[in-house]
Design a protein around this ligand. Structure first.
Ligand SMILES: [Zn+2]
Ligand SMILES: [Zn+2]
Length: 223
């Protein structure tokens, strides 16, 4: 798998490009800002892979502005590929209110494009040979999801969890924003995230990667 992470915008959201090297099909997760930079990264990755990349989905872990603010620009920058904009329906209201979210931070955005695909809990999304499953983890926002990525390379299966703003390295998401619920978030973390294998790599929406085992041992909000 070709994997690139680049932080975008003033909130330094981790935008991730994940591409199946065999087919060139890929996804972008949380195109939160700086669409021109994201489009440049896709081009650079095509040069690196030596083939064209088709972005199939613009996946979103949730509907906060720092995760959705660049989506329109990226979608419009890939007119022929027409990647599907995907979000959990629980965050539709946040998504549609991008401009209002921006007003709170003095940031201007164009109106968001329509959502093409509503993510459902336990849904499987296949892109080339990449396989993602959706884990609905409400709490940080009503429609927060984590995305599990299974990489099966013969004998070894590698598991990665894109945890959005629900779980960070040695921290957890904030719950003082619209629609958030702290009890629900901790319940999501315990019932849906910490049950994964300890060696599952965790890639949060901000900051460095971690693992389930490390968070079980060292996250001050969870031990
Ligand atoms: Zn957030
Ligand atoms: Zn965020």
């Amino acid at each position: 798998m070709l994997e690139k992470t680049f932080s975008v915008g003033p909130f330094q959201c981790n935008c991730r490009l994940l591409v199946c090297p065999k087919t060139g099909d890929g996804v972008l997760v949380d195109s939160g800002d700086e669409p021109e930079k994201i489009l440049r990264e896709i081009k650079a990755s095509e040069a690196q892979l030596g083939r064209s990349i088709q972005i199939r989905y613009l996946l979103h872990t949730h509907g906060h502005l720092d995760h959705i603010g660049g989506t329109r620009g990226v979608r419009e920058g890939l007119p022929l590929q027409a990647p599907r904009i995907a979000l959990h329906p629980g965050d539709e209201e946040l998504y549609q209110n991008l401009q209002m979210q921006g007003n709170l931070f003095g940031m201007k955005f164009d109106a968001p494009l329509a959502v093409d695909h509503y993510l459902q809990d336990e849904e499987i999304i296949r892109v080339g040979e990449l396989k993602f499953s959706v884990v609905h983890t409400p709490g940080h926002s009503p429609g927060s999801v984590c995305l599990r990525l299974h990489e099966d390379s013969g004998l070894k299966v590698k598991e990665t969890l894109l945890s959005g703003d629900t779980l960070f390295r040695k921290s957890v998401g904030r719950t003082d924003l619209w629609g958030a619920n702290q009890d629900q978030m901790f319940s999501s973390i315990r019932k849906r995230i910490l049950v994964l294998d300890d060696d599952t790599r965790v890639c949060p929406g901000h900051g460095p990667d971690t693992s389930i085992g490390l968070e079980k041992r060292e996250n001050p909000f969870l031990v």
